[in-house]
Design a protein around this ligand. Structure first.
Ligand code: GCO
Ligand code: MN
Ligand code: MN
Length: 388
């Protein structure tokens, strides 16, 4: 029987803004009193998390003086030292303050764009000081409600220019830090640029230092767009760009729910965990979700423990899938290869193409073979429902 208690090597992290959510939404006020960053570090230590992530302003108020900043950082570092928690990732809040109402790096007003850069430079310094190795960019306000307002092409160019500038800053400062770009199709803007992880991957290849920049895909963000999250993660992995991951859950077609990991689509969560474990992803497993608004802080702990426990349960289920004799026999049968076609695969040659054009195929015979995916899926369901 596996022990589902989180361990540091599981690399489970939460943002200050996740367990720190006070439950305020567009329709209702705060339902849980605000906790300080130091209190949240202790809460995370209590539930067994490994890491705590933050936006600059989760820790330091936007108008804090330099002295206040230093005191806050000192106290926060003391809490980290006391609990053993680490800061694997940091990011900038480029969406809350009214100055960002038209975006940050893509805003039309150059003063806003310059301020966004300045704020990010300071926040990168903070992240480096706290030991963060991954710096996330989520462009929540980088979009439009009306396309009369902005040139989509300019927005891409402005985003690129900002990323190039910030990469050079990290190199200049010799920080051991990589960037991870997080896509979201909409919310809070009507439409957000670079709407999916795939868009981000294409964008990254146009940067001056693509090697420094990867992605931070989020379950809910791709599910909001009706996409298969695991497929997008696979693409990021294949490109060597899976620098970070935001785990949560979401009903497609609804508002941004940030549900407890695995609580909505357990099957999708299973394939995701299986993917991450099978390929040997070694980065942080960050839960970017929050407790239901119905909860007090005991409920917040239930939420956080639930995210990690579900991940570990699904990890065990993945191992079970991988060692199930019937499943493995089916997979072997499905993937059977008598090598008679091997001659046609791999590198192109003129002769190969000519030979392939002369090959006779038994189209009907091949198509008539049943693939047993129904059986395979049912076995998967039986593993997930715990009867297998
Ligand atoms: C959201 C996003 C954010 C980002 C965070 C870190 O939907 O609000 O997921 O939570 O992940 O700003 O960049
Ligand atoms: Mn999100
Ligand atoms: Mn996120």
């Amino acid at each position: 029987m596996t022990n589902y208690s989180p361990k540091p090597e599981d690399k489970f992290s939460f943002g200050l803004w996740t367990v720190g959510s006070t439950g305020r939404d567009p329709f209702g006020d705060v339902v849980r009193e605000k906790k300080s960053p130091v209190e949240l570090v202790h809460l995370l230590a209590e539930v067994g998390a490994w890491g705590v992530n933050l936006h600059d302003n989760d820790l330091i108020p936007i108008d804090a003086t330099a002295t206040e900043r230093d005191r806050i950082v000192r106290e926060f570092k003391a809490a980290l030292a006391e609990t053993g928690l680490v800061v694997p990732m940091a990011t900038t809040n480029l969406f809350f303050d009214p100055i960002f109402k038209d975006g940050a790096f893509t805003a039309n007003d150059p003063k806003v764009r310059a301020y966004a850069l300045q704020k990010t430079l300071n926040s990168i310094d903070l992240g480096a000081e706290l030991g963060a190795k991954v710096y996330v960019f989520w462009g929540g306000r980088e979009g439009t409600e009306t396309d009369s307002s902005k040139s989509a092409l300019n927005a891409i160019k402005r985003n690129r220019e900002a990323m190039n500038f910030l990469c050079e800053y990290v190199l200049d400062k010799k920080y051991d830090m990589k960037f991870a770009l997080e896509a979201k199709p909409n919310e809070p803007r009507g439409d957000i640029y670079n709407a999916t992880t795939g868009h981000m991957l294409a964008f990254i290849s146009t940067l001056d230092h693509p090697e420094m920049v990867g992605v931070n895909p989020e379950v809910a963000h791709e599910q909001m767009a009706g996409l298969n999250f695991m497929h997008n993660v696979a693409q990021a992995w294949d490109a060597g760009k899976l620098f970070h991951i935001d785990l949560n859950d979401q009903f497609p077609g609804r508002f941004d729910q940030d549900l407890r990991f695995g609580s909505r689509d357990i099957k999708a969560a299973f394939y995701l965990v299986k993917f991450l474990e099978d390929v040997g992803y070694e980065g942080p497993r960050h839960f970017d979700a929050h407790a239901y608004r119905t909860e007090d802080y005991e409920g917040v702990k239930d939420f956080a423990r639930g995210c990690m426990r579900t991940y570990l349960i699904l990890k065990e289920k993945a191992a079970r899938f991988n060692s199930d004799p019937e499943i493995q026999a089916l997979l072997a049968e499905i993937n059977a290869d008598d090598k008679s076609m091997s001659v046609y695969f791999g590198a192109y040659s003129t002769n190969k193409a000519a030979a392939l054009k002369n090959q006779v195929f038994d189209r009907k015979g091949t198509a008539s073979r049943g693939l047993k995916y129904e059986r395979l899926d049912q076995l998967t369901i039986e593993i997930l429902t715990g009867i297998r």
